[in-house]
Design a protein around this ligand. Structure first.
Ligand code: CDP
Ligand code: MG
Length: 827
């Protein structure tokens, strides 16, 4: 029989003992499943009993024995004082009261949907209920539960919490797996992972063999990966009748999902939240002693403020209050108190507060309010860091003996994470600045006060112009409710919405799902690699299908870069790209870097594009930071600047890890570390797919041919290309679709006055007000000609036609000849 290693630590031991006493066991052979141990399965055991007919009882006995051991361990824990306290805590969670109902619904249905307020215990309790009931059951812990989380930070923090609740170490019965990290042992039956990890597993194992339960958490967020996963699971369910699917949502729009899964039952966990006093901007300002009243008569737009300030006996710190209020009013540009339409939102902008109002409210809470943590929802990471700086300089809020000021973001270190969840020392006020990540996926227990700026950075996609945008947008009513709910977790709370009620009224009910607002290239590639049929057919089965134009753009892009052929089939390049879990353009660079054997710099470029910008620009030291970055320039390339910075760091690393080097050069130490880790991961991936020889120690044939590297960058980034048009003093940039475009100021090319190349290839263009390019590299005509577009397929004429728009003036016969002869050789 084939025994897979996931069965448990005791399994092999047990069998080898058995084989010593009983000869009939001696020819058992052991095979190990997936070598990285990430997703071992109990396939043989639970999926194909007929193959195991003779040994089934043995196997059952062993499984039973393991689960008895688990059960004894749990019992011992639950009888210990901490265990008892934990059980008491758990049994007070609203989800606990629904335990029986949930388990019975799961046993009777293949799909169920569970909705319940954030913090009611969905994520931590429900997977545990299943695990516990399986351990109790006659079959033993014959379960393999996978619970997906949209973000790595929640997968990690939740698994740690669940292991803690069970009195275990992480990696025993509960584990996690996210990109680059994981903790999973032989006895792990409950795995928290990111949705991306599960999708990658599907690539290798379409039927999810051995998995008994899939729990998809936070489905209300409607992330692209989750929507994608749901289509696949929906198709898979009829083929795996024993597989259970549990969808969990924090909001009550569960009907949509129920309809999608043929009327799957919804179990609602009634909330146990405390009342939250809700204050909108008008109420907040009133509190300060000032009252705002809407003007009856509105003058011309911009002439007269629509709000009038009634100065009524300000109580204290007059100047401070006044500046906060004035700031608020300065930005209040909307005309009518009762504006109801979405358009009205655009003229009201809390970003203009200059943070004074937030500072005022926080200070007021710290000085006058009861104990309790404060959670501030900000628009994006840049706001958070500048607000944090401002608050640190404040007399009260910056006093670390009284205030614990923390920022919460997706990629923070675990030690930082811990502080966010822990209760601070007595008398210290915890203030957490967060993005919408703290809305649902992580729960900070002791929050009593919430400040909500009303906006979040949202990627959106303009299919018509084929341009992704990252803009601060208004949140939905559902999000605002979520944010408010965070204040009422442990006791009655307070929520300060930093916008007027009328703006709230105009919010959309729910946020648009991601699949409808982001480019679909990677998704399309994944659909192809999972052999899910025609892209448009497949996507038409989504909960909400994306626009046809968006799908067409994505398919077109994949054709241009050579990942799909004319008939939408994966090309060889495409197949390689699906094996690399990254954007196609990054995968292309790695592949070509490996082929040309100049991987070292390319690994750095690709890793650098996958992490948070390693070049830091603190607001108050912008000039110094830019000067530091310009030391690495000289090649007219942000990508090559990064390569230089990284190599400098590597040289300095012997010296205390190169921390000083990062500090001096305004480089993020974390990002450098992350780049290092990613480089290793990429080498592993390339070795796995056979592009790098595992015995090689050097990935470079040439020591650094800068032009070749430029060419490879061009190969990856094309068709992200713009032409450089020089005028007397400087240059302008143009793309075919957008006309004039601009560079982000932190680009090394933005500091140049001339660029001695006709083209820039860029990593990303984003529409903010104008279209901005991020991370660019200058390239020559011949590089575009040779590396732009599709090298692997298609005839030279087509390729030239495609490039024609850019190379019109460049179609000299000699070049065309040269090109064609090279093509012939390549073919
Ligand atoms: O998933 P849902 O929002 O329904 O709640 P949860 O994440 O399962 O959390 C249930 C409860 O466990 C929370 O209310 C917290 O009190 C507690 N918890 C915790 O103390 N520490 C964590 N890291 C996660 C949850
Ligand atoms: Mg949850």
């Amino acid at each position: 029989i084939t025994v897979f290693r996931r069965v448990g630590a005791y399994f092999e031991e047990y069998l080898s003992q058995m084989s010593r006493v009983n000869k009939s066991f001696s020819d058992l052979s052991f095979a190990r499943s997936s070598s990285d141990g990430s997703f071992g399965t109990d396939e043989g055991l639970f999926e194909q009993p007929e193959q195991l007919a003779s040994s089934k009882t043995v196997v059952e006995k062993i499984v039973r024995r393991i689960s008895l051991q688990m059960r004894d361990q749990q019992q011992a824990w639950q009888e210990s004082p901490e265990g008892r306290r934990m059980l008491e805590f758990r049994s007070n969670l609203p989800a606990y009261k629904e335990k029986e109902a949930i388990l019975s619904a799961i046993s009777k249905n293949q799909v169920i949907i569970i909705s319940g307020e954030t913090g009611c215990g969905k994520t931590t309790q429900i997977p545990q209920f299943i695990l516990e009931s399986e351990i109790e059951s006659v079959h033993g812990a014959a379960c393999n539960i996978i619970c997906t989380q949209p973000r790595r930070i929640s997968a990690m923090s939740v698994s740690e919490r669940v292991a803690f609740e069970r009195g275990e170490k992480l990696g025993e019965s509960v584990g996690y797996r996210v990109r680059l990290e994981g903790m999973k042992g032989r006895d792990t039956h409950l795995l928290f992972c990111t949705t991306g990890i599960l999708l990658r597993r599907l690539l290798a194992d379409r039927n999810l063999k051995g998995v008994t339960h899939v729990i998809v958490d936070e489905i209300h967020e409607r992330g692209m990966n989750e929507d994608f996963l749901l289509i696949i699971l929906k198709d898979l369910l009829p083929h795996r009748p024993k597989l259970k699917l549990i969808l969990m949502s924090a909001t009550l729009d569960a009907e949509l999902f129920s309809l999608y899964f043929n009327g799957a039952p919804i179990v609602n966990i009634p909330g146990l939240t405390h009342p939250v006093r809700t204050l909108f901007l008008e109420n907040i300002l009133e509190m300060t002693g000032y009252r705002l009243t809407p003007c009856n008569q509105v003058d011309d737009y911009g002439q007269e403020r629509s709000w009038k300030m009634n100065k009524q006996a300000p109580r204290k710190r007059k100047s401070q209050i006044a500046s906060a209020v004035e700031d608020a009013i300065r930005s209040a540009d909307f005309k009518d108190y009762s504006l109801q339409t979405q358009e009205s939102l655009s003229c009201w902008n809390p970003d203009c507060f200059g943070f004074n109002l937030i500072e005022y409210i926080l200070c007021n809470i710290c000085e006058n309010e009861r104990p309790g943590a404060v959670l501030v929802f900000m628009t994006g990471w840049d706001d958070i860091s500048s607000l944090k700086e401002k608050l640190q300089a404040h007399a009260v809020l910056g006093d670390s003996k009284r205030v614990l000021l923390l920022a919460c973001h997706g990629s923070m270190a675990s030690s930082e994470q811990k502080l966010i969840f822990e209760e601070p020392e007595y008398g210290v006020r915890k203030i957490v600045l967060a993005t919408n990540i703290a809305e649902t996926s992580i729960t900070i227990n002791d929050v009593v006060f919430v400040l909500d700026c009303g906006k979040a950075k949202e990627t959106s996609y303009d299919a018509l112009n084929n341009t992704p945008c990252l803009l601060p947008t208004w949140i939905s009513k559902a999000s605002a409710r979520q944010r408010r709910g965070r204040a009422g977790r442990v006791q009655p709370g307070e929520c300060y919405h930093l916008y007027p009620r009328c703006v709230y009224d105009a919010f959309a009910e729910y946020q648009l799902p991601e699949i409808l607002r982001t480019p679909l290239q990677s998704l399309c590639l994944q659909i192809k690699s999972l052999r899910l049929g025609s892209i448009s057919d497949f996507l038409s089965r989504a909960l909400q299908s994306p626009e046809i134009l968006a799908v067409q753009n994505a398919v077109e892009y994949l054709k241009i870069i050579g990942a799909l052929d004319e008939n939408e089939n994966l090309t060889i390049l495409g197949r390689y790209l699906t094996m690399l879990p990254m954007e196609p353009k990054l995968g292309k660079m790695l592949i070509l870097g490996a082929i040309f054997n100049c991987l070292d710099p390319i690994l750095t470029v690709v890793a650098g594009l996958s992490v948070r910008d390693p070049f830091l620009t603190p607001l108050d030291k912008k000039d110094l930071a830019e000067a530091a970055k310009s030391q690495f320039s000289g090649a007219y390339s942000d990508h090559l600047a990064l390569v230089r910075a990284y190599e400098g760091w590597k040289d300095a690393e012997v010296d205390l890890g190169g921390y000083d080097y990062c500090w001096k050069n305004f480089l993020s130490f974390q990002s450098m570390k992350a780049i290092d880790a990613l480089r290793r991961e990429f080498i592993g991936l390339l070795t796995d797919i056979g592009l790098v020889d595992s015995n090689t120690t050097s990935y470079n044939t040439w020591s650094y041919d800068v032009n070749l590297i430029r060419g490879i960058i061009c190969y990856g980034l094309y068709p992200g290309i713009c032409s450089v048009v020089h005028n007397e003093k400087s240059f302008a940039l143009k793309t075919m679709e957008d006309g004039q475009v601009l560079l982000y100021l932190n680009s090394v090319n933005a500091r140049e006055t001339q660029i001695p190349y006709p083209w820039l290839v860029f990593n990303e263009k984003i529409k903010v007000n104008s279209v901005f390019l991020r991370d660019s590299t200058a390239v020559s005509d011949s590089m575009v000609l040779l590396f732009g577009g599709n090298l692997s397929k298609g005839d030279a004429d087509n390729h030239l036609k495609m490039l024609g728009g850019y190379l019109e003036f460049f179609m000299e016969p000699t070049v065309v000849d040269m090109y064609q002869s090279i093509r012939r050789e390549l073919d």
